[in-house]
Design a protein around this ligand. Structure first.
Ligand code: COA
Length: 242
């Protein structure tokens, strides 16, 4: 057990040394005592284990104190793989149902969050070898494929294919496996939806027929239909508004 914990700590320190140029030639003691991202991760590993063992309150207290010291907030229930590294710490938020694979790097200001007040799985799942640039927001129960790169300040609200580089708001792939996307099949995220297209075409046809019918009977048809069914045309603010 102790050997396993020591091995995990060694792995997490090695991840910092491998992926942070500023950690080259720095001793393990110095990394442990002054790399906020490493401290936050080790504290999370403890909180997560205590939560798994059914210990009440303490995991949350550890997460709270860790946030106060490092600026990194990780929910004790979040699942994090091996060799995880948060560069610079500060401003990172990792939600309760987030799942992170092995060898993942997050820069400062990254959010792995939910989109609203829904319950259940509501945070992102990151595959192995994913890099998320500073300030990026990944929202909702989306899946980010192995080896994907998310650009700084990107807002990702849809699944990301493996090996893709995603940038912008909303995030869209600009590279897959390092190759630029070109041609009509360049968009791998917004695939055509023939059923939605058919429904849209039918509904446009109905509107057209209603308009023609209204012009024949002087506009009575539409009003009569709404009266009979008890449905009134909607007025006022759209529910889509804020
Ligand atoms: C997204 C990122 C990983 C891309 O790296 P890459 O795979 O080498 O890709 P490129 O640099 O060739 O960029 C690909 C395209 O995306 C654009 N791009 C890159 N990063 C972007 C970003 N954050 N926002 C918007 N566009 C971006 C590039 O201009 C380029 O556009 P083009 O196809 O028109 O030429 C990198 O730019 C990035 O943002 N890394 C995060 C680094 C970070 O957060 N550092 C903090 C240190 S404190």
């Amino acid at each position: 057990m102790i050997r396993r914990v020591i091995n995990e700590i060694r792995c997490d320190i090695t991840a910092a040394r491998d992926r942070d140029p500023a950690a080259q030639g720095v001793s393990s003691f110095e990394i442990l005592t002054s790399w906020a991202g490493v401290q936050a991760l080790l504290a999370h590993r403890l909180a997560h284990a205590l939560r798994g063992a059914g210990v009440p309150w303490v995991p949350r207290a550890i997460a709270y104190l860790t946030r106060a010291v490092t600026g990194v907030e990780i929910h004790p229930a979040a699942e994090i793989g091996t060799r995880f590294f948060i560069d610079h710490g500060s401003g990172v938020v990792i939600g309760e149902t987030a799942k992170i694979g092995d060898c993942v790097t997050l820069y400062q200001g990254v959010t792995l969050g939910g989109t609203g007040f829904q319950r259940g799985k509501r945070h992102p799942t990151l595959g192995d070898n994913v890099t998320v640039g500073s300030g990026a927001k990944l929202l909702g129960p989306i899946a980010v494929g192995d080896g994907a790169k998310i650009g700084a300040n990107t807002v990702v609200i849809e699944d990301v294919p493996p090996g893709a580089t995603v940038v912008g708001n909303p995030g869209h792939p600009v590279r897959v496996e390092g190759r630029k996307l070109e041609g009509p099949d360049a968009d791998w995220i917004h695939l055509p939806d023939p059923i939605a297209d058919a429904i849209k075409a039918l509904s446009e046809r109905i509107v057209e027929l209603e308009t023609r019918l209204a012009s024949v009977d002087g506009g009575k048809a539409d009003a009569a239909k709404h009266e009979k069914s008890g449905i009134k045309p909607r007025t006022g603010r759209s529910s889509a508004g804020g």
